[in-house]
Design a protein around this ligand. Structure first.
Ligand SMILES: [Zn+2]
Ligand SMILES: [Zn+2]
Length: 175
């Protein structure tokens, strides 16, 4: 089953709207509030003030879209999206953002039988119980392709384990 979310942006639409509002507000604040009340910039050329007013709010736009990306990305990775979004916003010096990219879970698989998102560590689909990866014939636990023996009980993996493609491969991911 194809996942339609991979074809649309990870960043929620509301983040684009917020970024637009903040950009407009930032420009107006710089141009009509900050510069007129700043005695040091009184003699600056008008064009320079306009340019700065246009460029400075870009920082806010990048920040908002980055937070939006973290929210959308955490959600598709079945992580706590709200928690990570708040950490990214409130931990200073972008440490929350860096932590997120260091600690994020791998992208989930999509069950080939029912299409549910399942964590890549799972062996069986929690929704329909379909087998998501080869399992050991002796102890029933999941094993990776290419492994000659079960890491849990040592039983030799059968040849078909290595040949069977994993059910539900992750979608191609734009960053
Ligand atoms: Zn399923
Ligand atoms: Zn085993």
């Amino acid at each position: 089953m194809n996942d339609t979310r991979s074809k649309t942006s990870v960043i929620p639409k509301v983040a684009y709207v917020l970024a637009g509002i903040f950009y407009g507000a930032g420009y107006l604040l710089m141009r009509y509030v900050a510069f007129p009340s700043d005695p040091q910039s009184v003699n600056w050329p008008e064009g320079g003030k306009i340019l700065l007013s246009l460029l400075a709010p870009v920082i806010a736009v990048v920040f908002i879209l980055l937070i939006g990306y973290i929210y959308g990305d955490a959600k598709r990775r079945l992580m706590r999206a709200w928690l990570w979004m708040l950490l990214a916003i409130f931990i200073p010096n972008a440490i929350g953002i860096i932590l997120y990219f260091l600690m994020r879970d791998p992208l989930p698989f999509y069950c080939s039988k029912c299409g549910a998102s399942v964590k890549s560590a799972y062996t069986f689909c929690p929704n329909c119980a379909a087998s998501l990866r080869p399992t050991c014939s002796q102890c029933g636990r999941g094993i990776e392709r290419g492994w000659a023996h079960c890491p849990h009980c040592g039983t030799a993996a059968s040849g078909e384990n290595r040949a069977t493609p994993q059910a539900g491969s992750p979608p191609a991911q734009p960053l």
